[in-house]
Design a protein around this ligand. Structure first.
Ligand SMILES: [Cu+2]
Length: 190
């Protein structure tokens, strides 16, 4: 016959082990900075045309962008300042995402020389993606001034951010009769 007290104490110690495990898991999960984020990129019709993955590294956020079913040629790609993608114009995604340092930098530049436009690119600007004949393209890049942390320069900041693909680059459009700056696809970064 099993002693009732003995059984109770054995159950209690088992419970203690389970509880400490749960606590440990919870602490680990909440204290860690998000190490990666992703984005499903949709065109103006709501069809997915790309995926972006963002990974935190000591040097900044590494970006891998893969697209399909886009017009052949060079397309501008930027992180925009709002986590919104309302088709068909994607205006709600806002302007290019600039870090706080960018704004200070631009201000200093303007103070220094009012007539010369700042050459410093917003922190969220990526290199152009080149789409091949088959409609596919891949881009890897590093956003050195941005993070996936909790600060103002985070891609996961309050209000979110988005990744935008434009119709062309360097004044050239990939789509006939469509301005090269036209926003053709958008994905919220989560
Ligand atoms: Cu843009």
């Amino acid at each position: 016959m099993i002693n009732q007290n003995n059984l109770q104490s054995r159950l209690a110690s088992k419970l203690a082990v389970i509880l400490s495990y749960i606590t440990l898991t919870a602490v680990t999960a909440t204290s860690a900075i998000a190490q990666s984020a992703t984005s499903r990129i949709l065109n103006i019709k709501g069809v997915q045309v790309g995926t972006a993955t963002f990974t935190q590294t000591p040097l900044g956020v590494k970006v891998l962008l893969e697209v399909q079913n886009l017009a052949k040629g060079e397309h501008m790609v930027h992180v925009h300042e709002n986590g919104k993608c309302d088709a068909p114009e994607f205006k709600t995604s806002g302007k290019h995402f600039a870090s706080k340092d960018d704004n200070e930098h631009d201000h200093m530049q303007m103070m220094h020389n009012k007539h010369e436009e700042s050459k410093h690119k917003p922190a969220g600007d990526l290199p152009n993606i080149v789409v091949k004949q088959d409609g596919k393209g891949t881009l890897t890049a590093l956003l050195s001034e941005l993070s996936l942390g909790t600060g103002k320069n985070s891609l996961l900041k309050k209000g979110g951010t988005s990744i935008l693909i434009h119709a062309g680059a360097n004044g050239k459009s990939t789509i006939p009769n469509v301005d090269y700056k036209t926003r053709i696809a958008c994905g919220i970064i989560k």
